[in-house]
Design a protein around this ligand. Sequence first.
Ligand code: PAF
Length: 295
Amino acid sequence: MIVLRGAGELAALDGLRLPGPLVFVPTMGALHEGHLSLVRQGAALGPVVVSIFVNPTQFGPGEDFAAYPRTLDADLALLANEPTAVVFVPEVGDMYGSAGEVTVRAGRRGEGLCGGARPGHFDGVLTVVAKLFGMVRPDIAIFGSKDAQQCLVIDQMVRDLRLPVTLLDAETVREQDGLAMSSRNRYLGVADRARALCLSRALAAGRAVLEGGVRDAGLVEAAMGEALAAADAIDYAVVRSLPDLTSCESSLAGALLLAVAARVGPARLIDNVALRVDSAGVTETRLLASAPATD
Ligand code: PAF
């Protein structure tokens, strides 16, 4: 495993002549099994480059940029045990600071849900991901489905800017009790960790309503909201159509995202499940393969 620190060292990537399609797993570090599963899936396709960069522009004022766990040594130790070819660790100055800087703005998929609760968040994500794509020049990039809206806005950026990269969404990795793995789970003490299960339970409650034959979005959302009562504050508990995250008509059908976000103690947590609802019933589906793009 080769560690390239800073954009200067990244120039060495070309010289490595890595065989096969280059697979990219961008991260903000504080790695967990979810990230490692992306690396393993990527390694089945080609040599994997992982980036570690806590991106300041995707945090709003008052959010947890300063507190976000920075665990580079532990991250590198984890990656050394995985099929990682290269780790790229940029500096802030490698990514930002040019005068009159150009940024990317998330379109409609970035409105609402986390985009509503965290204004500017997806502009920051897209700007840094576009820069990282330009620097690493991957053939394939893999993102975790837990950040469903992030996957979908990046998908729209890749389409609209005609970026030459194939995106893959990977299944959310969960703890045994159902909690979606997240770097922010580190913020949870024992009692909050137990309460955090309300997110996955809310998704299960919404799904159970659908499986019971109900096709009314309001009833599904009410069931999810009820299960989230254990949280300190609910950001959203919604059903949206995939892939454009539009509000659903009253009769739910097709590819849908059940999505929740809530504050539990010091952590703002999110979770989701992508479902296909049709005459065969309710089945899990993938985000990016869920439906053709609308434009
Ligand atoms: O999902 C993340 O860790 C980040 O949003 C990403 C994609 C690495 C951009 O900073």
